[in-house]
Design a protein around this ligand. Sequence first.
Ligand code: UDP
Ligand code: MG
Length: 337
Amino acid sequence: MKSQAEKPVVLSVVIPCYNEEEVLPETVKQLRTLLDSLVFDRLIATESHLCLVDDGSRDRTWTIIQAYANESLQVRGLKLASNRGHQNALLAGLENADGDILVSIDSDLQDDITVIRTMIMEYYEGHEIVYGVRKKRTTDSFFKRFTAEGYYYLLGKMGVNIVFNHADYRLMSRRTIEALRQYEEVNLFLRGIIPTIGFSTTEVYYDRSERFAGESKYPLKKMLALAVDGITSFSAVPLRFIAGLGLVIFIFSMLISAWALGVRLFTDNAIPGWASSVLPMYVLGGIQILSLGVIGEYVSKVYMETKRRPRYFIEQSVGKSGLDVRMDEKMKEQAPL
Ligand code: UDP
Ligand code: MG
């Protein structure tokens, strides 16, 4: 167990924000209150802070972040040069925040922030990654709940090691962040990558509530893209499935051909049937196109990965970086009186 009383750790709370002007003031307020109480209880150091990542918002999100950062050392901000999506924004925050422990959370207050305290306790108990897991999804629509849970189940079946009902609300230690840095993939599905890092992990449970304000920034289209990334960047099962399907169909068509040949050669009723010639055409055509689609999906992943394009650019940053604070303190110590 790490000793907590001697020197509390610096916590960075990483929050990706895309057009979140409506909810941001409340989020910042609630999280700062939480930081204060954690500092008061000596669970975290006073340099602990929020790291708000503006994912190329088109509203006043960045202006708001700047205003908070100028007013308080507790708030820092990063502005990405364009909208790169939730996963990349999150990665930018994780790679650039300099706390000893990092907690990532959405900006809409859907995840119960009081759980952060439990996460930190688990960290002091020796766990390096603490997953926030939703207990029930009563606030999600039936559609979202059904598709999300079905999807997690499917991923598990395909051999992708994910934590059931865990989104991107988690605590990570400095060591695990350094490990994450070594994953260079462009098709980011952090929920799938992080469990492969290993180290000592645990889960904490919470109830998910409604979005505090504003609308979901995850329309069905983005959700589907993330879902496909999740499968194709972790599992070759669909490709193997196609190979299996191909084999079965091949055997089947051999049998049909043998039968047709038999009818033609040994009987008199060899009237070419419409159904038996058209049906296989449809079936095979459908399966072929489907299979090509799945293969194409993997090929496109390979294509994207080989380009090794940068995943994000930081356009601006505000707020005093932890490094600067520590340097200032060092200078003070060294300065002759
Ligand atoms: N988000 C982002 N970039 C995007 C879309 C979303 O940074 O392109 C952020 C968003 O601001 C929020 C988080 O990702 O903090 C989750 O989005 P949201 O709450 O809209 O998704 P939902 O909870 O509806 O799935
Ligand atoms: Mg949300």
